[in-house]
Design a protein around this ligand. Sequence first.
Ligand code: NAD
Length: 459
Amino acid sequence: MRVTVVGTGYVGLVTGACLAEIGHQVVCVDNNESKIEALNKGHIPIYEPGLEDIVRRCSGQTLSFTTDLGPNVRSAEVIFIAVGTPSTPTGEADLRYVEAVAKGIGQHLDGQYRVIVNKSTVPIGSGDWVQMLMLDGAAQIADQQAVAAGAPIAKPDALNFDVVSNPEFLREGTAVWDTFNPDRIVVGSGSAQAVELMQRLYRPILDREFAEDKTLGPVPFVVTDLSSAEMIKYAANAFLATKISFINEVANICERVGADITQVSRGMGLDSRIGTKFLNAGLGWGGSCFPKDVSALVHTAADYGYDTKILKAAIEVNVSQRNHIIERLQQELKVLKGKTIGLLGLTFKPDTDDMRDAPSLTLIHQLSKLGAKVKAYDPIVSASGIREGLSDVLVETDALRLAQGCDALVLVTEWKEFQSLDLESMATLMSRPVLVDARNFLNRDAVSKAGFFYIGVGR
Ligand SMILES: NC(=O)c1ccc[n+]([C@@H]2O[C@H](COP(=O)([O-])OP(=O)(O)OC[C@H]3O[C@@H](n4cnc5c(N)ncnc54)[C@H](O)[C@@H]3O)[C@@H](O)[C@H]2O)c1
């Protein structure tokens, strides 16, 4: 099938590349010229395991990149909208990128049937809004043409398209794997024709042709109405964020009563009704999705006069959890002014270069405010040129340089390589060998044996 994906970021590029890999003819469109130029030269603008191989394999065959939307609206049967929906300063979803793309697509529609797929995470009700914007875009062009031709005002031609919601559940760091091995594919639409087309588009993935475990049954294809599909995405992220805040709250009680949250989580998580995932206490959630999506859901509910008590509490626990790590440092080092703190990890999670709303940024801000000097080592950030938002931190090239002269280290991101650090050498290089394991990621006994004073979360 002929597919256009508008927005070539973490979601759009992975979606476009994976659809090209399963045999569709895909054009990725982005208005960021330097990004498209880089992709056309074979450079991948983001770090995502497995993506580069696919892009290299498919580029020039089933995958291409351009800044030109118009011809690729007209040539496609399916058009994905995968642009960003960040938070506004007041916490609502900022829909200006979706708006621009929807109008732009509308301006290039003709009478041929197409499906427009909302893959961006958009507030409930956005499907109808996108449809309206596309019609506005189409009407604008029709008006301009009528004025140019001196024709009288007439009812616009009927346009032949459906808007569907197809929320994305991929996780950065395993996005390619997730795309080929999804737990489910959700399509929200009232049109049988659009649903059939989406099912055809995803058929090889639904049949697990590209999956790791081909013995599993077909991937569930969940068809809902538009609003329910939009709600599924928000509800899933809000649930996962709340689960993390819940276990962090239990961790805080553990610290007071003398229990160990790692043992508690294991004992709880083995209950199949609860499950072990997203039950690790630590620094809390961050990244490009959870904070903005939970906040957007709180705002949507408020628009309808509903006060989301659980979601607000989940946000509050998450904010205080980041401060809690600073408090643990203060308990151990007392005054932080003039102390040097080293952060192990900067990205919001391992195996990504994404720094959006990373908890490390809060730590850097708070520590700098308290007069501490902040250094950091991150396997991807240190090696790359990413320095946005990092003006208050000295980015070191390796863990030993990071340790040198530090009064404490804080493990912020669970990069796998941090499990094989030369802890003994690091401890000897520090002014004071204190290690706050803000993710309960390291082996406590091994860290202590290497000469550190170990501080975990909830233990
Ligand atoms: N990142 C994730 O892990 C993830 C997971 C699930 C869902 N989502 C959702 O997917 C959407 C995209 O997220 P992302 O992380 O890929 O965003 P991103 O910021 O990485 O990418 C967005 C891209 O859209 C491009 N863009 C903006 N306006 C454009 C326009 N008018 N025309 C063409 N391109 C335009 C930008 O240049 C950018 O390359 C968001 O709604 C997000 O909530 C993200």
